[in-house]
Design a binder for this molecule. Structure first.
Ligand code: ASP
Length: 595
C-alpha cells in the first residue's frame, strides 16, 4: 500500500511513529515558512505540517500543492502544541510532521468545492459525478447504502435464505410500467424486456423448491421520473414458501427495525409497526403511503355538516358525498389579510387535486370571539362545538372543509396534509415512522381501457373471504397485498400469491387478457404451476428509497452513485446516445428519427 494509515485514524497514542499517508489536499494554509495541509481520504482528515527550516524538499513540494491534488506524505506523528488542538476533528489532537512529500497527481480546479457541503447546481453535480461523490455527504450516503445491503444479506443468510440471481434479459414482467426493450440480433424482430421485477422468476424458484429466496435485484421501469423514482432501481426481492401474510410482515418488520437501530441508530417511532387498512388510510390521510410522523387526519363530519345551512354541504350529504375536516393547527393565528392569503394558497392546492373550492373556518383564539371564514355563518354554535370536539381542535386552528366524490377528497387530503406538515415543520427528518398498509382492493377500474387493473400485480391472491367477489363484484374484492410506508414513501410491497390455477384463470379476463394472450405471455408460469406449487408469498423493498429515508435525504439521486436526471439521461457519460447505423442494421432496426 502507498499508505500505512488512513487519514482518520491517527491519535495521540501514535505520536512518535513514522507513518505514510496518501490522499487529496483538502486545503493548504501557507503561513510563511510553515505550510499546513489537511490531507483527506475516505476516513477523514489529518493535518500535515511542513517547516521550511526542517525540510526544504518537502516544503518545496508543499508549496506546489493545491486543492484536490493527490499526495503521499511520509512523516512523524506528534501531539499538537497546546492551544492548537481541534476537538471537532477525531484526529485533532495530533499532526504529522512531513519528512517527504510526493506529488502523485495534480488536479484541475474543480467546478465546485469538494471540501464544503455548499449547494451546487444539480446539473453540474451530475456532469462531474465523480467529484460530487468525493464529497463527504455523498460518501456517507454511499457507505450507508453498502452497510444497509450488507445487513440485509447477513440477516437473511442467518435465516437460511439463498441469494439467487435472475436474468436481466428476459420477457415482459408487468408491474404496471412500460418495459425497456432490447432487440435481439440473433432472432431478428424479437425483443427481450428488461425485468420490471423478478416477480415471475422468484415464483418459479418457489416451484423449484428453494423455499427462501432473496436477491438484491436491479429492476427497470420506463416511466416518468420523480424525486423518488429512477428508470433503474434496486430492490431487496424476496419470496418464501409455506407462509402466510403475517410471516412475511413479521420478517420484514424485524429486518427494518434492526437496520434502523443497528445501522443508523434510530429507534422507529412505532414498535410494532401499526397496520392500517387501505380504506382507513385513504379516509384519514388520503394516501396509501401516509407520512406517520405527524397525525393530521381528516375527520368525517358529514352528519353534522349535512344539517348545516350551507346548501353545498346539504346537497353533497344527500348525494352520499363525504364532508370532512382537516385541521391545520394554529394556522388561523394571523391577521385578516394574511389569513385570506393563506386560505387562497390552500385553495389553489385543493383545486390542483380536483376540488371545486375550499371552504374554511378560523377558530378564534379567545373563546368568546366569533369564528371567521366564509362558511362560519352557516353553522350554529353547537354544530361548531361538535366539530371542534370531534376533530380535537383548539382556538387558533384553521379548519378546512373537504367535500366531493370520495376519491377526490382523498387526493385533496393528501396534498393539503403534506403542505400543512411542511409549513408547520411537523415532519422530523431524524424520525422513522413505519406503518403497514393492508387490505388493498384487488383492482382499480381503468376508465380508458374499460377493464380492471390489478392494484399490485396479477399474481396477488385475493383475501380468502373475498374470493366469491371475483365472480360477483370484483371491485369490492380485497387482495392479500401489504405495503410498508415510511415517512410518506412506499418502502416495500408484496403479497401472498395465487397458487391455484383456477383462481389465476379468473384474474386474466378481469384485467383484459384473453386466456390465449395469458398463455402466450405467462404460459411458462401456468405450466409450472401444474407441477406441484407450494403456497407462497413475498415482498420487495426499494433499496434506494429505503436508504433515502434512513439517510434523511429528500431525493433518491442522493443515494445512488450514478443516477439519471429527470429525463432519464446520464449527462456525465452522455447516455442515451444515438447508435451507429451498422449496429442498427445488425439489430434489424430502422430509426424513424433523423440524426
Ligand atoms: N414484484 C413486486 C414489486 O416489484 C413485489 C412483490 O410482490 O414481491 O413491486
Amino acid at each position: 500500500m502507498l499508505k500505512t494509515h488512513n487519514c482518520g485514524e491517527l491519535r495521540i497514542e501514535h505520536s512518535g511513529q513514522t507513518v505514510t499517508l496518501a490522499g487529496w489536499v483538502n486545503n493548504r494554509r501557507d503561513q510563511g515558512g510553515v505550510i499546513f495541509i489537511d490531507l483527506r481520504d475516505r476516513w477523514g482528515l489529518t493535518q500535515i505540517v511542513v517547516d521550511e527550516q526542517d525540510n526544504e524538499q518537502a516544503h518545496s513540494v508543499a508549496e506546489k500543492l493545491r486543492s484536490e491534488y493527490v499526495a503521499q506524505v511520509i512523516g512523524e506523528v506528534r501531539v499538537r502544541p497546546e492551544g492548537t488542538t481541534n476537538p471537532q476533528l477525531p484526529t485533532g489532537g495530533i499532526e504529522v510532521v512531513a519528512r517527504e512529500i510526493v506529488l502523485l497527481n495534480p488536479s484541475k480546479t474543480p467546478p465546485f468545492y469538494i471540501n464544503q457541503d455548499a449547494k451546487v447546481d444539480e446539473t453540474t453535480r451530475m456532469r462531474y459525478r465523480y467529484l460530487d461523490l468525493r464529497r463527504q455527504r455523498m460518501q456517507n450516503n454511499i457507505v450507508l447504502r453498502h452497510k444497509v445491503v450488507k445487513y440485509i444479506r447477513d440477516f437473511l443468510d442467518k435465516q437460511d435464505f439463498v441469494e439467487i440471481e435472475t436474468p436481466i434479459l428476459f420477457k415482459t414482467t408487468p408491474e404496471g410500467a412500460r418495459d425497456f426493450l432490447v432487440p435481439s440480433r440473433l432472432m431478428p424482430g424479437n425483443f427481450y424486456a428488461l425485468p420490471q421485477s423478478p416477480q415471475q422468476l422468484k415464483q418459479l424458484l418457489m416451484v423449484a423448491g428453494y423455499e427462501r429466496y432473496f436477491q438484491i435485484a436491479r429492476c427497470f421501469r420506463d416511466e416518468d421520473l420523480r424525486g423518488d423514482r429512477q428508470p433503474e432501481f434496486t430492490q431487496l426481492d424476496l419470496e418464501m414458501s409455506f407462509v402466510q401474510r403475517d410471516d412475511i410482515i413479521a420478517l420484514i418488520e424485524a429486518l427494518m427495525i434492526e437496520i434502523a437501530e443497528n445501522v443508523v441508530g434510530k429507534t422507529p417511532r412505532f414498535k410494532p409497526f401499526p397496520r392500517i387498512r387501505y380504506y382507513d388510510a385513504m379516509e384519514k390521510y388520503g394516501s396509501d403511503k401516509p407520512d406517520l410522523r405527524y397525525d393530521l387526519a381528516a375527520v368525517d363530519i358529514t352528519d353534522i355538516a349535512g344539517k348545516s345551512a350551507f346548501p353545498v354541504f346539504v346537497n353533497n350529504a344527500a348525494e352520499g358525498k363525504p364532508i370532512k375536516v382537516l385541521r391545520a393547527p394554529g394556522m388561523a393565528k394571523r391577521s385578516g389579510t394574511a389569513l385570506r392569503k393563506l386560505a387562497e394558497e390552500l385553495e389553489t392546492i385543493a383545486r390542483s387535486a380536483g376540488a371545486k373550492g375550499l371552504a374554511w373556518v378560523a377558530l378564534p383564539e379567545q373563546e368568546n370571539d366569533e369564528v371567521k371564514g366564509p362558511i362560519g355563518k352557516y353553522f350554529t354554535v353547537d354544530q361548531i362545538l361538535e366539530i371542534v370536539d370531534r376533530t380535537g381542535s383548539e382556538g387558533g386552528d384553521l379548519l378546512l372543509f373537504l367535500s366531493d366524490k370520495r376519491e377526490i377528497v382523498w387526493s385533496i387530503t393528501d396534498l393539503l396534509r403534506r403542505h400543512i406538515a411542511q409549513e408547520l415543520n411537523l415532519a422530523d427528518p431524524q424520525e422513522l415512522a413505519f406503518g403497514w398498509i393492508i387490505d388493498f382492493p384487488m383492482f382499480y377500474w381503468n376508465e380508458e381501457e374499460n377493464r380492471w387493473d390489478p392494484s399490485q400485480h396479477m399474481f396477488t391472491m385475493p383475501l380468502p373471504e373475498d374470493l366469491p367477489l371475483l365472480d360477483t363484484d370484483p371491485g369490492a374484492a380485497r387482495g392479500s397485498q401489504y405495503d410498508l410506508a415510511c415517512n410518506g414513501l412506499e418502502v416495500a410491497g408484496g403479497s401472498v400469491r395465487i397458487a391455484n390455477r383456477e383462481i389465476q384463470e379468473k384474474i386474466f379476463p378481469l384485467i383484459g387478457l384473453t386466456m390465449e394472450e395469458a398463455r402466450e405471455q405467462f404460459g411458462h408460469m401456468l405450466e409450472a404451476f401444474e407441477y406441484g406449487v407450494p403456497p407462497h408469498g413475498g415482498i420487495a423493498s426499494g433499496i434506494d428509497r429505503l436508504v433515502m429515508v434512513l439517510a434523511g435525504e429528500p431525493n433518491i439521486r442522493e443515494v445512488l452513485a450514478f443516477p439519471k436526471t429527470q429525463t432519464g439521461a446520464d449527462i456525465m457519460a452522455g447516455a442515451p446516445s444515438p447508435a451507429e447505423p451498422k449496429q442498427l442494421k445488425e439489430l434489424h432496426i430502422r430509426s424513424t428519427v433523423e440524426s
